[in-house]
Write a protein that binds this ligand. Structure first.
Ligand code: NAD
Ligand code: TYD
Length: 337
């Protein structure tokens, strides 16, 4: 079977490709990725020379490039997206280009190519915030950041291609993901790398916001499970059993690194900050998926991974014109960087 994965040079996409090649000897994968600031082929170095893996540098908004990459494929897993909430507050345009228009191009080309299964990778953030209880797949969407609105638009568009054209689409909505090789703008790699460097950890607001945390390999396996067992036109939530307040997560991380809580710097809250993300993943579990990772173990391994792979994230953080200029904009009036 030939598969097209988009965004495979990213954090979750690269893990998904490695896991898929490992568990399915019959699959060969084309990875279509634009290599934006967050894409990095170093995540896939172990696949060098693997004849079942093929990289194509291209944009999902470019219909011709998508058509060519999709040639001969029967399955598509679409992860390519702009993914960071803070960036969407300061530069929303690229979010709507890649997450909405890019998704439309992917769906249109998949329809023309008679793709047999199209998995659209969405996020729990499309439901918005919830104080108590858990969102189920049939609940209304109420996204609150430009990022989550752009993801909700792509998500609903994907479902519309099933309703309208019969394209066999499956949508997954995953929770906050952690593990090796995550771009160091997201809270865990940002805080671990700052702590190692002895820099402040900018904790937003009161730090009592809650996120559900899933290990990257579990998220990748869940997407592949939805691909195999999911029903066309259906949505599947993906989450773990671990819900934590940001302040608790931050203290755990400092403890693992043997660093002082004095590194925590409370800064002005993210505008429109969602208080709690919470989804019920019983629907996918009923199809036989369950997570393998035990949070404390996987989290400790992840922190250790960043300690042992400092050259990877230091090279990213050293790119002054990219990483730092974003942070100057994002944190203007919030924290000195
Ligand atoms: P990431 O930012 O690490 O990777 C995104 C990848 O997409 C990069 O390799 C980038 O180069 C590529 N890309 C972006 N725009 C593109 C375009 N126009 N054309 C081709 N490639 C493009 O993101 P991630 O954390 O790996 O997230 C992957 C997917 O999973 C996204 O759709 C995201 O919304 C979803 N998701 C992420 C999380 C999370 O916690 N990270 C949780 C739930 C869902
Ligand atoms: P993030 O990793 O950006 O993921 P998301 O916004 O998609 O959940 O942030 C996770 C949580 O950590 C979120 O509640 C915001 C918070 N956070 C901070 O307190 N400080 C930071 O510098 C960042 C990046 C996030």
């Amino acid at each position: 079977m030939k598969a097209l994965v988009t965004g495979g040079a990213g954090f979750i996409g690269s893990q998904l490709i490695k896991t898929w090649l490992q568990i399915d000897p019959k699959v060969s994968i084309t990875n279509l990725d634009k290599l934006t600031y967050s894409g990095d082929l170093k995540r896939l170095e172990e696949l060098r020379g693997n004849k079942r893996y093929h990289f194509v540098h291209g944009d999902i908004c470019d219909a011709k490039a998508v058509r060519k990459a999709m040639e001969g494929c029967s399955v598509v897993v679409h992860l390519a997206a702009e993914t960071h909430v803070d960036r969407s507050l300061y530069d929303g345009k690229t979010f709507f280009e890649s997450n909405v228009e890019g998704t439309r191009v992917m769906l249109e080309e998949a329809k023309e190519a008679h793709i047999e299964r199209f998995v659209h990778v969405s996020t729990d953030e499309v439901y918005g915030s919830r104080a108590h209880g858990y969102f189920k797949e049939g609940d209304a969407l109420a996204p609150s950041s430009p990022y989550s609105v752009s993801k909700a638009a792509g998500d609903l568009l994907a479902i519309s291609y099933h309703t309208t054209f019969g394209l066999p689409v499956v949508v997954t909505r995953g929770s906050n993901t952690f593990g090796p090789f995550q771009y160091p703008e997201k809270v865990i790699p940002l805080f671990v790398s700052n702590a190692i460097a002895g820099e402040a950890l900018p904790l937003y607001g009161d730090g009592r916001q809650i996120r559900n945390w899933i290990y990257v390999e579990d998220h990748a396996r869940a997407i592949l499970h939805a691909l195999k067992k999911g029903k066309p036109g259906e949505v599947y939530n993906i989450s773990s059993a671990t819900e934590l307040e940001n302040i608790v997560l931050t203290k755990k991380l400092l403890n693992l690194l043997g660093k002082s809580v004095k590194l925590i710097k409370r800064v002005k809250d993210r505008p429109g900050h969602d208080r709690r993300y919470a989804i019920d993943s019983a629907k996918l579990r009923a199809l036989g998926w369950k997570e393998k990772a035990v949070f404390d173990r996987a989290f400790a391994d992840t922190v250790l991974w960043y300690e042992y792979h400092q050259s990877w994230w230091k090279a990213i953080k050293a790119k002054q014109n990219e990483f730092q200029s974003f942070y100057r904009k994002a944190y203007a009036g919030r924290v000195k960087v």
